[in-house]
Ligand binder design. Structure first.
Ligand SMILES: Cc1cc2nc3c(=O)[nH]c(=O)nc-3n(C[C@H](O)[C@H](O)[C@H](O)COP(=O)(O)O)c2cc1C
Ligand SMILES: C=C(O[C@@H]1CC(C(=O)O)=C[C@@H](OP(=O)(O)O)[C@H]1O)C(=O)O
Length: 354
């Protein structure tokens, strides 16, 4: 199975399945001397972990990151950073009924077609459990990046949208509610809606927005590894993601050049920022901002038609502990993936000129 490594210099490899003994990873290429606060890593893990509130999956995991190597007396040594996160609360019997049956729109059918030997328990490697490793590595990348600030938040749950621009928001509000929306009144509506959807045995999609401030100009490696191309790959590699747009995105397509050009100030900053902080695949020093769209979770507690591995039509209903909406827990995953991309480009940029 290829595809388990992300990054060029700051490079993360992850391993593990949702109902196996443990998941984990190796970060290769983190320079020596980075001060690492282990509590910060655990704080990030707590923002993603299952069972954190009543509107997410009720699987209970501590998601304690055990560092095996690469950090000595609070600082990185430049050697591979190995870590494991144990799986403590699997309920594999919730998956016995889909041993030979494919959940519509999960990865059961495609994994079976590709590999022919599927760990059906908890979705195996296709489970978003794997994203815990990304958050652990992202927390280390954030500590390398120091002053570059990456902030994600929930901006939509189904049709309920946060109608404010990011410049009008108080980011201190994000962690004050379970949905991670920086507007208390909208957050309350979103939470009520997620509970209602869950009581119907259904699920709902949503949008996570991310803003990155204090970015130096020069990050990104044209032509194939443009900054927005790597951010897009990073975001689209997260489970359940259906869309990525940065800067003016799809709305920009409706504008004229005379409206859309970001005119310069004398210091090189721009009066507007339709470019989303990236031009020609390279950061220009303005804020980077993007949106990530998540689909409604595939495993629903309602009967649906499907097929089994013999190609026969059968009826199935999801069982067990699933997220009614992924966005509250996707917020730290989006931040982590953005941190991995920026850490990689930060190191690569040191080779761009003498
Ligand atoms: C934070 C998070 C939590 C998720 N929780 C569930 C879940 O409880 N049940 C489920 O069926 N899918 C869940 N998913 C989505 C599946 O992992 C994903 O749909 C599946 O791997 C198929 O991949 P795809 O949707 O990207 O095509 C979750 C995704 C994320 C990001
Ligand atoms: C375990 C996590 O989330 C899981 C993601 C997931 C899926 O299909 O993606 C399905 C559920 O798995 P299980 O049935 O084993 O509880 C979620 O709980 C986690 O994020 O750590």
């Amino acid at each position: 199975m290829a595809g388990n490594i992300f990054g060029t210099l700051f490079r993360l490899t992850t391993f593990g399945e949702s109902h196996g003994e443990a998941i984990g990873g190796v970060i290769d290429g983190c320079p020596a001397g980075v001060e690492i606060d282990l509590e910060e890593i655990q704080k990030e893990m707590a923002r993603r972990k299952p069972g954190q509130s009543s509107i997410v999956t009720q699987r209970k995991e501590s998601d304690t990151v055990k560092i095996l190597s690469g950090i000595f007396e609070g600082r990185t040594t430049g050697t591979p950073i190995g870590f494991v996160i144990e799986n403590d609360n699997q309920k594999s019997k919730d998956y016995s009924h889909i041993k030979d049956v494919y959940r519509p729109s999960h990865a059961d059918y495609t994994y079976d077609q590709k590999y022919g030997n599927r760990d059906y328990r908890g979705g195996g490697r296709s489970s978003a459990r794997e994203t815990a490793c990304r958050v652990a590595a992202g927390a280390i990348a954030k500590q390398l990046l120091k002053d570059i600030k990456i902030t994600a938040f929930t901006s939509a749950v189904g049709k309920l949208k946060l109608e404010k621009k990011y410049s009008e928001l108080d980011f201190n509000e994000i962690e004050k509610n379970a949905v991670r929306c920086p507007d208390g009144a909208t957050a309350e509506k979103m939470e009520t809606y997620i509970k209602e959807i869950r009581s119907q045995g259904d699920t709902v999609g949503g949008v996570v927005e991310c803003v990155i401030t204090n970015v130096p100009a020069g990050l990104g490696e044209p032509v194939f590894d443009k900054l927005h191309a790597k951010l897009g790959q990073a975001m689209l590699s997260i489970n359940a993601v259906k869309g990525f747009e940065y800067g003016s995105g799809f709305e920009g397509a409706e504008k004229k050049g005379s409206e859309h050009n970001d005119l310069f100030n004398e210091d090189g900053s721009t009066r507007t920022n339709y470019s989303g902080g990236i031009q020609g695949g390279i950061s220009n020093g303005m804020d980077i901002y993007f949106k990530v769209a998540f689909k409604p979770v595939a495993t629903i507690m309602q009967k649906q038609d499907t097929i089994n591995s013999g190609g026969e039509k059968v009826e199935m209903q999801g069982k067990g502990r699933h997220d009614p909406c992924v966005v509250p827990r996707a917020v730290p995953i989006v931040e982590a993936m953005a941190a991995l991309v920026l850490a990689d480009f930060y190191l690569l940029n040191k080779t761009s000129k003498i």
